[in-house]
Ligand binder design. Structure first.
Ligand code: ADP
Length: 268
């Protein structure tokens, strides 16, 4: 069995081929022992290629031979494969934005990627700020609550400032993330509202830092990947809305968070 593994800061993503179809599995990176156990117990004669920041940690525990690969190249290969299989035409140059624990931005041209930037604002920021502000640690609980929250109880919109007068920009834009301090002093926001605002801020920052790169490289398509979009409709919607507003085309690939693992698998 061909197995591609992307051992990231938070999650280890595994893609493997059985009977012609690809299967996907992810496990916490904190538990490498489990990953290695899973590999040996679930898969027959695995032929392994590892990528990602924690590759070395994994290959050390995995006693059998394993190939390694540069993560960014694996991700590019995986994105092209997934897009192709989902009938999603990608036109070069395009950008991919990997929202993992942190965020990494890349431009792809002639099948080659170049990293153009990144940010510490990513999925880890959601987990950390959620923990600090609400005490909630569970990812599923965080995204579910965020999906039901009301950002209007926390964030200040342009129209909140320009009460009644015509504003020079859309009143619906966020004027100040977490800026509705007067209202918050009067009514403490619910955990759901706080989590929605954290999610919204992360989405807005990601698009804001990516757009200048899209302009610089004359790119139209922005491919958003990473486990941070998993089950997280609010993040996807925020990123999508802001990307469209800035006249670019957002693309979300199914299983996009497995791009690195798929690329590693394909290189065996
Ligand atoms: P990395 O490669 O850095 O591990 P990922 O693309 O796997 O990054 O994304 C990690 C992020 O995905 C987390 O910070 C969190 O926001 C989100 N996430 C999705 N599913 C889970 C989960 N089951 N447990 C923890 N975080 C998750």
């Amino acid at each position: 069995t061909k197995v591609g593994i992307d051992a990231g800061g938070t999650l280890t993503k595994i893609a493997y081929q059985t009977n012609g179809s690809i299967r996907y599995q992810s496990v916490p990176s904190a538990d490498m022992e489990y990953t290695v156990e899973w590999l040996s117990s679930q898969l027959d004669n695995p032929d392994v290629c590892v990528t990602g920041g924690k590759s070395e940690l994994l290959t050390k525990k995995w006693q059998a031979p394993a190939k390694t690969m540069v993560e960014f190249d694996a991700t590019t290969k995986g994105i092209e494969f997934l897009a192709n299989h989902q009938d999603q035409a990608l036109v070069e140059p395009f950008l991919f934005v990997n929202v993992g624990t942190g965020t990494s931005i890349h431009v792809v041209n002639d099948g080659k990627q170049e990293r153009t930037g990144g940010s510490g604002i990513g999925g880890g920021t959601l987990m950390g700020l959620a923990q600090l502000t609400t005490g909630i640690h569970d990812y599923k609980q965080i995204v579910q609550l965020a999906g039901n929250g009301n950002r209007g109880n926390v964030d200040l919109k342009v129209k909140d400032i320009f009460e009644g007068t015509l504003s020079p920009i859309s009143g619906d834009l966020t004027a100040s993330n977490f800026g509705k301090t007067e209202k918050m002093a009067a009514y403490a926001p619910e955990n759901a509202d706080i989590l929605a605002s954290i999610t919204g801020m992360i989405g807005e920052v990601i698009v804001s830092i990516t757009i200048p790169t899209a302009m610089q490289y004359n790119v139209d398509q922005m491919v958003y990947i990473g486990s941070s979009f998993r089950m997280n409709r609010l993040l996807r919607e925020t990123v999508s809305k802001y990307t469209i507003m800035l006249e670019k085309t957002p693309i979300f690939l199914e299983k996009g968070e497995y791009s690195g693992a798929v690329g590693a698998m394909l290189s065996i």
